[in-house]
Design a protein around this ligand. Structure first.
Ligand code: MG
Length: 159
């Protein structure tokens, strides 16, 4: 049986705002995340993990930031596209693991809601999706609270 793995990484800087959107969940916060789309750094990393597993380039290739139609776009459009590409190629998403890296906001209380939101978009069981978080011990740009980073891994199996 053919198995494919992919990884994804993304960063968005904090900017003006009163909430962030992480893995599809709106979390009240005293800053927002800046970006061309809704700046959902977790969902972007997962999307790139799926594209990577399919050797299908990256999110910027499929949804160029230079294209005004994606300004403020809900990132579920990107994730749904990547999941569709996986299905069309005859693969199924076996599992996804996503780590959000930030000092704040706290991710734990929202992790299960994030998993459910991601499961609905990708059309896979919530048990097959992990969302977890870590800090960087106040080191680097995430440690100084300048932004949020995310890494994700996806495993695909031939359907
Ligand atoms: Mg991004």
């Amino acid at each position: 049986m053919k198995i494919r793995l992919g990884n994804g990484y993304d960063v968005h800087r904090f900017g003006p705002g009163d909430h962030v959107i992480l893995c599809g969940i709106k979390i009240p916060y005293h800053q927002g995340l800046a970006g061309h789309s809704d700046a959902d750094v977790g969902m972007h990393a997962i999307t790139d993990a799926l594209y990577g597993a399919m050797a299908a380039g990256d999110i910027g290739r499929h949804f160029p930031p230079s294209d005004p139609q994606w300004k403020g776009a809900a990132s579920e459009v990107f994730l749904a596209h990547a999941a569709g590409l996986v299905r069309d190629a005859g693969f199924a998403i076996s599992n996804v693991d996503c780590t959000l890296i930030c000092e704040e906001p706290k991710i734990g209380p929202h992790a299960d809601a994030m998993r459910a939101a991601l499961a609905a978009i990708m059309g896979i069981p919530v048990e097959d999706i992990s969302v977890k978080a870590t800090t960087s011990e106040k080191l680097g740009f995430t440690g100084r609270g300048e932004g949020i980073a995310s890494i994700a891994t996806a495993a695909l199996v031939q359907a």
